[in-house]
Design a protein around this ligand. Structure first.
Ligand SMILES: [Ca+2]
Length: 525
């Protein structure tokens, strides 16, 4: 395991314009939409979730079985760990102290890192929300379950979208629920706002939050309703005051943890902040207090929130029984306040700065303290790893892409990344492949914004050595033709499996669609 320390470098302030994920696809808009429809004619999943849970045990091999039985025994005696995933929205690699920020004060997250492990090559599967979150939930690349674009081919799902995560997909919450966990989703869902797509239909006992992005506010023509705060499947407030979200999500999390202290629990806390708006939101206690504008205020409130949750776990005596993962759904797109340093590029892209995110994991006595793991890991790995720790297995009746990374989290000597390759997709298009320290960016025509920022129309094929050149500055393709050849072969494998652009992959599954989507509004309106 490499122990490379992250360097801190000054954030780039070259552009202060924010880019909203909801402003439409820059690349592949129409094709992605067509793909979405085309996939629906593919083979339907025949196994529902209840049957899946019943099928788990026979699929377990003998050594697995004894591990499983042992863990099941531990489960009844309260020994399997609780899991808390704290997922920020659009927060960059260089936005917290323990990853190099000098602008935002994050003492609680920094302390969490000192008491646990920093993962410095931790990736999300997309530079934008919906696909990234679908992957965390299902342990699959977005194209695997057709969550790489909205029904109309946009980058992310909109309010009243016809599309959502297919109800037959098995989420991390369902896997843990099958092991007797109490489960809660608190925050930004963004995997479909129609009833059949909500968290309560995907393994969560309860839900509090906005079902999509916090920048999808009411439109004058009424095509979007006032921003709804939902409890379970009902809107309880609209429009919600976004300044209150971090605080309310934190209080809800602590309430849930406290009332489930005696049984195993799983909390998925996808925060709204620093979010997709040009200026972020924070409660009065934090507003105007940071040295980094509204964005810094929001980041510092997220840090407070993390501190409160960790303090609650300590107070309840759950510290040693709870795995906490702290990360972000994609890099920062915010040119004015955000930082992905020392990575290049911005959120909503396949640059390292768009898809490599800060990650801190903590589990006293199990995850070694003060460590840094630079092996390639991803949000898709959380489901198989948590499944193992909870004494079960991830779904065995379908392809998933995540791997068990417990040996890395446990700091085992010589543990390596289980991923031969990692694929960088933008909407429908495969744009890059990483294997080991090498990242191959495939040749492509740049979108308008990239053309403006980089001053060129097309990108040739480029190869970067991320160990020597974390900022992707030096194309070394001509020095390593054999590496290029190997990574091109891996790219072709992904195209065959998952597809690329208009090309369909052999192993894609359909998303869910509804005929007549309705807005989420207060009842009686
Ligand atoms: Ca996001």
């Amino acid at each position: 395991m490499s122990r490379r320390q992250c360097t801190s470098s000054p954030p780039d302030e070259k552009d202060t314009t924010d880019e909203h994920e909801t402003t439409g696809a820059a690349v592949g808009q129409a094709p992605a939409g067509q793909l979405a429809e085309a996939d629906m004619s593919g083979p339907k999943l025949r196994l529902d979730r209840r049957r899946f849970l019943g099928l788990l045990a026979p699929a377990v091999a003998a050594p697995e079985l004894s591990r499983s039985l042992l863990a099941a025994k531990e489960s009844t005696s309260g020994k399997v760990p609780n899991f808390v995933i704290i997922l920020c929205d659009n927060l960059g690699y260089g936005d917290i102290g323990c990853f190099g920020s000098k602008r935002n004060r994050t003492p609680s997250i920094d302390r969490m890192a000192a008491e646990g492990m920093r993962l410095t090559s931790f990736y999300v599967t997309s530079g934008v929300c919906t696909p990234s979150r679908a992957s965390l939930m299902t342990s699959c690349y977005p194209r695997r379950n057709n969550m790489h674009a909205s029904a109309s081919g946009k980058l992310v799902l909109d309010a009243i979208d016809r599309k959502g995560l297919h109800p037959d997909e098995i989420t991390i919450a369902e896997v843990l629920k099958g092991q007797g966990y109490a489960t809660a989703c608190i925050g930004k869902w963004h995997l479909g706002d129609q009833p059949s797509f909500l968290p309560t239909r995907q393994g969560f006992d309860s839900y509090l939050g906005i079902p999509y992005s916090d920048d999808m506010v009411a439109t004058p023509d009424g095509s979007r309703p006032p921003l709804p705060l939902m409890r379970n499947e009902k809107v309880i407030e609209a429009p919600v005051d976004r300044n209150t979200l971090t605080k309310r999500y934190t209080e809800e999390t602590i309430r849930f943890i406290t009332s489930n202290r005696d049984k195993p629990f799983f909390v998925y806390l996808p925060h709204a902040m620093p979010g997709s708006t040009a200026e972020s939101f924070a409660s009065e206690t934090f507003r105007g207090k940071s040295a980094n504008g509204t964005y810094g205020d929001a980041v510092e409130e997220l840090d407070w929130s993390t501190g409160e949750i960790l303090a609650a776990l300590r107070k309840l005596g759950l510290d040693d029984r709870t795995v906490v993962v702290w990360t972000s759904d994609n890099g920062s797109p915010n040119r004015r306040y955000g930082s992905n340093a020392p990575l290049s590029g911005w959120g909503y892209t396949t640059a390292e700065g768009g898809m490599r995110v800060p990650c801190v994991m903590r589990w006293p006595r199990k995850i070694p303290t003060g460590r840094t793991c630079d092996e390639l890991t991803t949000t898709m790995d959380l489901m198989p790893t948590f499944a193992r720790l909870a004494g079960t297995n991830p779904p065995g009746d379908r392809i998933i892409d995540g791997k068990d990374i417990w040996p890395l989290m446990a700091g085992e000597v010589g543990a390596k990344s289980p991923h031969e390759a990692f694929y960088f997709y933008h909407v429908a298009d495969l744009q890059a492949v990483r294997s080991g320290k090498w990242k191959l960016c495939l040749p492509r025509v740049l979108n308008r914004r990239e053309q403006k920022e980089l001053g060129v129309e097309k990108m040739p094929m480029t190869l970067y050595d991320l160990e020597a050149d974390i900022g992707e500055t030096k194309n070394v393709a001509s020095d390593h033709p054999e590496v290029v050849k190997r990574l091109l072969a891996l790219a072709e494998k992904a195209r065959e499996d998952l597809g690329d652009g208009q090309r369909q992959g052999k192993n894609q599954r359909p998303a869910g669609f509804v005929e007549s989507p309705k807005p989420q509004i207060l009842s009686g309106e």
